[in-house]
Design a protein around this ligand. Structure first.
Ligand SMILES: Cc1cc2nc3c(=O)[nH]c(=O)nc-3n(C[C@H](O)[C@H](O)[C@H](O)COP(=O)(O)OP(=O)(O)OC[C@H]3O[C@@H](n4cnc5c(N)ncnc54)[C@H](O)[C@@H]3O)c2cc1C
Length: 468
């Protein structure tokens, strides 16, 4: 869709200013840089205007007006996304949910929390914790991302192995369609099979089918004990067998199973000078296992017993159990060291892919072979939430111009392995042209038909997710 003319733009802005509260519509120079790009920093572009509705009715009014003028809109949450989805394209109005903020209700009986879409994830977590409950959705961007953005991207993060992705926690939702129609499915019930589960149209569809305005989330009882261990393994097969052993032995209480290949582990320890490996010798694989329960003594015993059996059967060659929160944080600091090493790797390509665990070795070997043949200066660092089928790869060749080739090689092989080009960060605009590696032409055609049905004028997040 082409950008609107100046007079039409002025007409839309004038109309929006009349419809919304004072200060809700910003134009240049008030906009500044803030709304121009998501966390990737790629393709920054100032929006035509920024609208910041403070209620669902105001979101509906904005979309009705934009629909009437066929004005393209980019939906913005906390702008922590990693797929370019919230970054404006030329001529788009940014619809920011930042003023639609606040927890509306915490229901301890149904164990649900109801929040407006622009509430930061951490504020929702805190409200649940204040009531002695747990919102089991957590990741590094918790302080800045919105709950609406996390649901629009079906975010994952820590604890997916136990509680699933954001989708699994959404019981109800309210969304506004491109034409301003408000769809209220604010269900609190665990069981509700009365017709289509319409909320799923908006979970993980990255703002292409509607704007999420309110959500009802399922909470869990707060867990009071936590056991963490770092183990070493000599083969990928052993890492997979260990996963099965801890899943069974820890009786469903496992909350993290993070695997670091030596390439990643060694680089973190090389660059982050404050970190030390608890192991004297290098190993091909390192596994961070964490379980959460309600009785520290019993849970410690259970983890020790599972790891002792794993040592005996040589699934692992060494293990250290964190005896303090400080030690636990040191283990996690190695796993989370990616944030500290990426500046040294720049320009790099971050990949967030998933596939059947069984094909991971084939994928990684083929990818390393392809890199060695075509881009011999490449460095490929790998870690993953293995229990979630999710691998993160950080590839650098030292030359930005070669990044596209890295993506082509990686996503081509992901497709051959039957995997997904996006395990958790979404497709946005940056991965849109690679979607065919993970979805069939018929699937993509159906996505297009849903888009056409719900947003016939194509005003909501155009050019994202679905290839044109
Ligand atoms: C440090 C860091 C760590 C991260 N770790 C993880 C992780 O472990 N797991 C994981 O899955 N992701 C992770 N992410 C990425 C994660 O997807 C985003 O942080 C978050 O889910 C997006 O929320 P946001 O409010 O910032 O959305 P934005 O970035 O503003 O938008 C993201 C997309 O959602 C759409 N959108 C936003 N709000 C709405 C709404 N209300 N209605 C409809 N569409 C909307 C936007 O149009 C865009 O397409 C991480 C990001 C960072 C920066």
């Amino acid at each position: 869709m082409s950008a609107v003319s100046v007079s039409t733009r002025d007409g839309i802005v004038y109309r929006l200013r009349n419809q919304l509260a004072d200060g809700a519509v910003l134009t240049s120079p008030e906009i500044g840089e803030r709304y121009s790009v998501d966390y990737t920093g790629e393709n920054a572009q100032a929006p035509l205007a920024v609208v910041r509705p403070g209620s669902t009715a105001e979101v509906a009014a904005v979309l009705r007006t934009c629909s009437e003028f066929a004005q393209p809109v980019v939906v913005q949450g906390g702008l922590t996304g990693l797929a370019g989805g919230a970054t404006p394209r030329k001529g788009e109005i940014a619809l920011s949910l930042e003023r639609l903020n606040g927890v509306e209700e915490l229901d301890p009986v149904s164990m649900t929390i109801t929040a407006r879409a622009g509430t930061p994830l951490q504020a929702v977590q805190d409200a649940a914790a204040d009531a002695g409950l747990l919102l089991p959705l957590d990741f590094g961007a918790r302080g800045s991302c919105h709950i609406g953005g996390a649901i629009a991207t079906n975010a994952g993060g820590n604890q997916v192995i136990r509680f699933g992705m954001a989708r699994n926690l959404v019981l109800g939702l309210e969304a506004v369609l491109a034409d301003g129609t408000v769809i209220s499915s604010m269900n609190k019930m665990l069981k509700n099979n009365a017709g289509y589960d319409l909320k799923q149209l908006f979970v993980g569809t990255e703002g292409t089918l509607g704007v999420i305005t309110r959500v009802v989330l399922r909470l869990a009882p707060r867990l009071s004990s936590r056991c963490t261990a770092l183990c070493t393994a000599e083969s990928f097969g052993n890492v997979v067998d260990l996963l099965q052993a801890v899943q069974t032995g820890l009786a469903g209480s496992i909350s993290a199973y993070e695997v670091m290949w030596a390439s990643y582990y060694d680089k973190v320890l090389e660059i982050v000078e404050t970190l030390r490996s608890p192991f004297a010798d290098p190993h091909p694989f390192y596994v961070l296992v964490e379980s959460e329960g309600v009785d520290q003594a019993t849970d410690d015993e259970r983890l020790e017993s599972v790891l002792a059996s794993a040592l005996e059967s040589q699934l692992i060659t060494d293990a250290v159990i964190a005896r303090s929160e400080n030690e636990r944080q040191t283990f996690w600091a190695i796993r989370d060291g990616v944030g500290e090493i990426t500046p040294a790797l720049s320009p790099y390509v971050p990949l967030d892919v998933s596939m059947d665990i069984k094909v991971m070795p084939r994928f990684l070997e083929s990818f390393d072979r392809a890199l060695a043949a075509e881009l011999p200066n490449s460095l490929n660092l790998v870690f993953g939430h293995l229990g979630d089928n999710n691998l993160h790869l950080f590839v650098t060749t030292g030359h930005e111009a070669e990044n596209d080739r890295v993506l082509e090689l990686a996503y081509g092989l992901v497709g051959e392995c039957g995997g997904s080009i996006s395990a958790e960060h979404g497709v946005g605009s940056l991965k849109r042209d690679f979607l065919h590696h993970s979805r069939t032409p018929k699937e993509i055609d159906l996505m297009g038909r849903l888009k056409q049905a719900l947003d016939p004028r194509g005003i909501l997040n155009p050019g994202r997710v679905i290839p044109s």
